[in-house]
Design a protein around this ligand. Structure first.
Ligand SMILES: [Zn+2]
Length: 291
């Protein structure tokens, strides 16, 4: 397991690896032919590609808050589902990641959900020995956009399989659930950008300090292989909207030298972007510790 950390102004940032997962390569690259995408990430015999679920812990020395952005797929899967997704926690897991950095589940004061697809919020709850659902982070407040909560709790047939009841239902009506309206400032230096193409109300945390900007790009840009503009996931609800959002986002990323923190890329943690007026490309591959 490769864990990294850095400090930007008042924020201490830590990589939190929560596990690996495999997803269908075709679904991950939409209209892009396999002959092209498989050069970037080769598929296995079932056409799945290796992905990871890399979260980010943000400790604010201004407010004392300890934020965790997303929390992986969790452990509530039966054997059949574990096989389908090849979920692997043997090397990477959330408890080990927190502990290695000197944190515990109890320390987390705030969970920021980019969105509630199961590979982003499954770590919220677990089954205890009696099979009852328990919260993993007993002291946390959970933040999600109001528009996303609405679509996650009343999903269309195409998105339904991405939402799992035991991840979401325990939060419903609870006082630890906090809705944010659109783009939101959690505290000075920590705000969000909205991207609605992948799913309605996805929020991307943005950390600005020390003259640098780090953005948790979640499913706007799942891996470095997704940098070319039309390489948009088949999983996206509104792929044409993703195109528009991605174009505007990557132009700013190139211009302002934003550091993009990748949630699903097995190999690369942080990238920067170049734009020659026609195409976007990866400029540098970095780790948090290189910032
Ligand atoms: Zn997603």
């Amino acid at each position: 397991m490769s864990l990294s950390k850095t400090t930007l102004g008042p924020f201490e940032l830590y990589t939190i690896e929560t596990g690996d997962i495999k997803l269908d390569g075709g679904a991950m690259f939409g209209v892009v032919p396999k002959t092209l995408w498989s050069r970037g990430i080769p598929a296995d015999e079932k056409n799945r590609i290796p992905m990871t679920m890399r979260c980010l812990l943000i400790k604010s020395n201004n407010t004392g808050k300890i934020y965790l952005v997303d929390n992986g797929a969790g452990t509530k899967f039966n054997e059949k589902m574990e096989n389908i997704y090849q979920l692997d926690y043997s090397d990477k897991n959330i408890h080990k990641s927190l502990k290695t950095h000197g944190f515990s589940e109890e320390d987390i004061s705030d969970i920021i959900f980019t969105h509630l697809h199961f590979d982003h919020c499954g770590g919220t709850t677990y089954y205890d020995e009696q099979g009852h659902i328990q919260f993993t982070f007993p002291n946390a407040t959970y933040h999600v956009t109001k528009t996303h909560w609405k679509s996650a709790t009343d999903p269309n047939a195409r998105e339904k399989a991405s939402f799992i009841n035991d991840n979401i239902e325990p939060l419903s009506g609870s006082e630890v659930l906090h809705f944010v309206d659109g783009e939101h400032e959690y505290e000075p230096g920590l705000s969000t950008i909205l991207a609605n193409g992948h799913t309605i109300g996805q929020q991307l945390p943005k950390i600005e300090a020390d003259g640098k900007t780090l953005i948790f790009v979640a499913d706007l840009l799942p891996t470095h292989v997704h940098v070319p503009l039309p390489w948009v996931m088949g999983y996206d609800m509104y792929p044409v909207q993703t195109l528009t959002e991605k174009d505007a986002f990557l132009k700013q990323a190139a211009e302002k030298d934003w550091k993009l923190y990748l949630e699903h890329d097995v190999k690369h943690e942080v990238i920067t972007i170049t734009y020659d007026g026609r195409k976007f490309k990866v400029k540098d591959f970095l780790k948090l510790s290189d910032l």
